[in-house]
Design a protein around this ligand. Structure first.
Ligand code: F6R
Length: 245
């Protein structure tokens, strides 16, 4: 099965398309399970979903969410934790119950890490698995924080962040030295277990890695290339992100 490609005239058109799919899923299925991403790419998607909640009565009361990843070692009050990012950009503006929101912890002690990661996998399974997974793509080709070399069947675990990924995060942290070196991420195997996957990529800066993920042979050096073998993986691109295809 190959990745289904959707090239949109703009980022706004792309996020409206993905938001419509999510809204249809939520309206048609009790307890829809969403896999969510952070970063710059999904922010306009969350804005559109908040708009659908406010203006078109889209309710998230029955929705369950699992985020892809979280930085390790940040205080819970740090603005760059993904927990804070998600609440600021999405959860604070919709009617999702707090108990339905899941992210790995940024504060888990070293001795509790393995149990924490296994519990995250079990919580996904107990919820019935992920119906719809949102992804971005990093310049290293990562999905979640599955940096080059991540095995296709990897599960939720502690990972070391690639230097390119840390450099990309440096402005938000006010300098490279403040960017965490480690994170917890769903594995490639966890992500590939989702029933439907939509990867969004916008802007020229993503064009080359999008080309590699879509057109080059599947390799663990570009985790997003694993999506080539998924039965329902979709790339939603704007014209700039599609410009190297
Ligand atoms: C975020 C995540 C990452 C980002 C990727 C792209 O939860 O898991 O894989 O999706 O680094 O980030 P942006 O969207 O900031 O370019």
């Amino acid at each position: 099965m190959s990745i289904q490609l959707h090239i949109h005239s703009s980022r706004e058109v792309a996020v409206r398309c993905v938001a419509r799919e999510i809204a249809t899923l939520i309206r048609n299925q009790a307890h829809a399970v969403l896999g969510l991403a952070t970063g710059a790419t999904p922010i306009p998607l969350y804005q559109e979903l908040v708009r659908l909640h406010r203006e078109e009565n889209l309710s998230f009361r029955q929705v369950i969410t699992f985020n892809l990843d979280e930085y390790l070692g940040l205080e819970s009050t740090h603005p760059e934790t993904y927990w804070n990012f998600m609440h600021r950009n999405f959860f604070d503006h919709i009617d999702i119950p707090a108990a339905s929101i899941h992210l790995p912890s940024s504060r888990v002690a070293a001795g509790d890490l393995v149990a924490h990661c296994i519990a995250y996998e079990e919580a996904i399974r107990a919820a019935g698995g992920i119906d719809y997974q949102i992804l971005g793509i990093g310049r290293t080709g990562h999905i979640g924080f599955n940096e080059p070399g991540s095995p296709i069947d990897s599960i939720t675990r502690r990972v070391h962040l690639d230097e390119i990924t840390r450099q990309d995060a440096a402005p938000a942290f006010g300098g490279l030295e403040h960017v965490p070196t480690h994170a917890i991420t769903m594995g490639c195997g966890t992500i590939l277990s989702a029933r439907k996957i939509s990867l969004m990529a916008f802007g020229e800066g993503k064009a080359e890695i999008v080309r590699k993920a879509l057109r080059d042979p599947v390799t663990d050096q570009v985790s997003a290339s694993f999506l080539q073998d998924h039965p329902s993986a979709h790339f939603h691109l704007d014209l700039a992100a599609a410009s190297a295809l």
